[in-house]
Ligand binder design. Structure first.
Ligand code: ATP
Ligand code: MG
Length: 225
């Protein structure tokens, strides 16, 4: 049964699609079977995948309204047994759709850029996380905050990791602000498959290792039982 990794935050432009697509491809690089789910009606991941150069499959399943949530959950559950990882690129809007995704997710990856506005939106995303855990009566989904689009030349860019650690949640390796992430999208590739993407690819692989370790740690009690 595959893991469900939901990538989201309640703020536009934090790097959700960039992280979802690159993380999915980095898992595929290990030989894992990965399905990318584009749950955002904007279709960024779908457009990226449409160029035909990503090593993963993609399903476009926009999470639009309460009415759709049941069907959305059923479609995701049907995919789970066939893959190792499902990576969901969530939309930025607050909505019960995201809450539905968190009822299924094994891990909630929250990209946060170094800005006060993003930190506030992250607080609201964490409210959704707490609600999902309460409904599930579980510590699931696990949560990983990922500093995203980080410019270490700025004060908040230098401090973002420590600021996020104060929230008491696991903080993953940062993705710096790099042109390679933008050109990867433009060329329809992931950074590990781009000529000048080495530094970005190293960041994404570090994130992949952190994500896989968290998922493995979560699976341990179930296996022991
Ligand atoms: N680490 C990065 N370095 C440089 N540019 C980045 C980085 N991450 C994302 N970007 C760029 O920032 C813009 C927004 O990124 P992306 O689309 O991934 O964000 P998003 O959170 O999915 O946005 P939305 O809320 O609209 O879905 C894009 O132009 C993308 O190429
Ligand atoms: Mg997006």
């Amino acid at each position: 049964m595959g893991n469900l990794i939901a990538v989201g935050n309640l703020k536009g432009g934090t790097g959700k699609s960039t992280i979802a697509v690159n993380l999915a491809c980095a898992c595929a690089e290990l030989g894992q079977k990965v399905l990318l789910v584009d749950a955002d009606g904007q279709g960024t991941a779908t457009d990226w995948h449409g160029m035909g150069r990503l090593p993963v499959g993609l399903t476009s399943l926009p999470l639009a309204s309460d009415r759709d949530a049941g069907a959305w959950i059923a479609q995701i559950l049907a995919c789970k047994p066939q893959v190792d990882q499902i990576v969901v690129d969530l939309p930025p809007q607050v909505g019960s759709g995201i809450a539905s995704a968190l009822l299924l997710a094994d891990l909630f990856v929250i990209p946060v850029t170094p800005s006060g506005i993003d930190l506030r939106a992250t607080g609201r995303a964490l409210d959704l996380l707490r609600r999902a855990r309460a409904v599930r009566r579980s510590t699931k989904p696990a949560c990983l905050l990922v500093p995203s689009r980080v410019d270490r030349r700025t004060n908040l860019g230098r401090q973002i990791d420590q600021v996020l650690e104060r929230l008491g949640l696991k903080v993953g390796p940062a993705l710096r602000q790099r042109a390679a992430y933008v050109s990867a999208f433009d060329s329809g590739r992931w950074v590990g498959d781009c000529a000048h993407g080495a530094a970005a690819a190293a960041e994404v692989r570090a994130l992949r290792e952190c994500v896989l370790a968290l998922l493995a740690a979560q699976a341990l009690p179930a296996r022991a039982a």
